[in-house]
Write a protein that binds this ligand. Structure first.
Ligand SMILES: [Zn+2]
Length: 473
């Protein structure tokens, strides 16, 4: 083709034409080469592309994996995508992307778990990727506290208990309380408990509270177990002590356990009587009383008091409390109340440890709670307040029936014993007065079976033989 062109043109035209044709022919050169290559016009099918990543690959029961994913096909012919948890499909969708309200898998068992994402296109090409999670479990927990771990007998350790079994993963299946190895409460199957735990703030009615009457050491323990077999436990030791009343060391040298008459007088002859009213009905089978009176009043004249009426310890014992120094000619009780002295006036303010106000005197706080307070109220510290002005309390550790005796309204500065003194039955301790809430000279004498649990010594009746009195008129 190129030789024909050179033969028919002038030189100028030939040059011009040559340039022109060269340009034209150069434009045709590539076409000439490409005519030797075959172009495939049918499209290539790509497999779908999937992606699965996670922020963490381990966690405690119940574990919800936090992951991100996508599933896409560059050819636009995705058929479906699916998510599998441990081989089971939990999301299957042909939409792109997956719905956002997907329910993620939750793992309630420990060990390794697999999440997989798969994409499949309409030509059947598939892509997949997977992640492995490790699920672990925390052991259950227990809390155990007693309000007191040492108490005089009788002691109920479950009074004031603080006890709790729980599992942070709600996997607890068992909780049990033991005292000295004996199961006292057991919760063997907690699977149906929605909280997964059990609360012992209120122990079930079926639990029998063991009341310890003997001294010694004991152990209370609690154990909890979860579904994975992990245990948690705690134990607390508590000690039951003997009260100040010490039965084992009782001194039987005193042949009988009877109280002597605590003053030198003969009822109805040279002293008057007022009897206890412990049932608070205002009536005493033995004679005069007034409602709620808890002692035996032995009355005298002012003249007898001035001469001096001795008061004796009713039984061997140890002096516990002494209050003295109050004005002793009070008439601040009865029908014709006359407050003749501030010491005869009603107390002002609260009953507080060691306080003294008007005719009231209070002990320091200590383990002086009676059985009801110890057992039902769980108290370990108590005070007692007396309205006798000048008062003596004697403990009788060697007496089977009598814990203590109380002597009230004593003459000012007549008390000749001190706390801690050992006294013998019949030993002089003070003189009769009219201190405190008193209408005139008398001895208010009380008999206790426990810390401030008064009893009527005039039992079983008004005539001998009495349970408590050696006295015989
Ligand atoms: Zn009285």
């Amino acid at each position: 083709m190129r030789q024909k062109v050179f033969s028919i043109a002038t030189i100028g035209i030939q040059i011009f034409t040559l340039i022109l044709l060269t340009i034209i022919l150069m434009g045709c050169t590539n076409e000439d080469i490409d005519q030797n290559v075959t172009i495939n016009t049918s499209p290539v099918n790509h497999a779908p592309t999937v992606n699965l990543t996670a922020e963490n690959l381990s966690g405690n029961i119940p574990f919800y994996p936090q992951f991100h994913y996508w599933c896409w096909d560059q050819d636009g012919n995705l058929d479906y995508c699916e998510m599998l948890s441990d081989g089971k499909v939990f999301v299957n969708s042909s939409t792109i992307p997956f719905p956002e309200d997907t329910v993620w898998p939750m793992y309630n068992t420990t060990g390794k778990h697999v999440i997989e994402i798969r994409g499949t296109d309409k030509e059947g090409l598939t892509s997949s990727t997977k992640l492995t999670y490790t699920v672990t479990s925390k052991p259950p927990g227990v809390l155990l506290n007693l309000s007191k771990t040492s108490s005089p007998a009788p002691f109920d350790p479950l009074n004031g208990i603080y006890l709790y079994c729980y599992d942070p993963e709600n996997q607890m299946i068992f909780c049990e309380i033991k005292i000295d190895g004996d199961v006292i409460a057991s919760y063997p199957n907690l699977k149906n408990n929605p909280s997964g735990g059990v609360d012992f703030y209120t122990l079930p009615d079926t639990v029998t509270h063991t009341i310890y009457k003997e001294a010694g050491g004991h152990t209370i323990g609690v154990i909890a177990r979860d579904k994975e077999g992990q245990n948690a436990s705690k134990s607390v030791e508590f000690v039951v002590t003997t009260a100040e009343r010490s039965y084992p060391t009782r001194n039987l040298a005193v042949a009988d356990q009877k109280l002597i008459w605590p003053v030198n007088c003969e009822p109805g002859i040279n002293c008057s009587m007022g009897y206890p009213d412990l049932d608070k009905n205002g009536v005493s089978a033995c004679g005069y009383t007034y409602q709620t009176h808890e002692g035996t009043d032995i009355g005298f004249t002012w003249e007898q008091m001035d001469v001096g009426v001795d008061v004796y310890a009713a039984y061997d014992g140890v002096v516990k409390w002494v209050f003295d120094g109050k004005y002793d000619r009070c008439t601040s009780f009865g029908d014709n109340i006359v407050i003749t002295n501030p010491d005869c006036a009603p107390p002002t303010g609260e009953m507080t440890s060691g306080s003294s106000s008007g005719y009231q005197v209070c002990t320091e706080s200590g383990p002086y709670c009676n059985a009801d307070q110890r057992i039902n109220k769980g108290w370990s510290e108590c005070i007692w307040c007396f309205w006798g002005g000048n008062v003596v309390i004697i403990l009788h550790p060697d007496n089977l029936y009598v814990f203590a005796t109380r002597y009230d309204h004593l003459k000012k500065n007549s008390i000749i014993v001190s706390p801690g003194d050992t006294v013998k039955r019949g030993q002089k301790i003070a003189q009769v007065g009219s201190a405190g809430r008193s209408s005139g000279p008398h001895l208010h004498f009380e008999v206790w079976t426990d810390w401030y649990t008064p009893v009527d010594p005039w039992t079983p009746g008004c005539n001998p033989p009495w349970t408590y009195w050696q006295y015989s008129p």
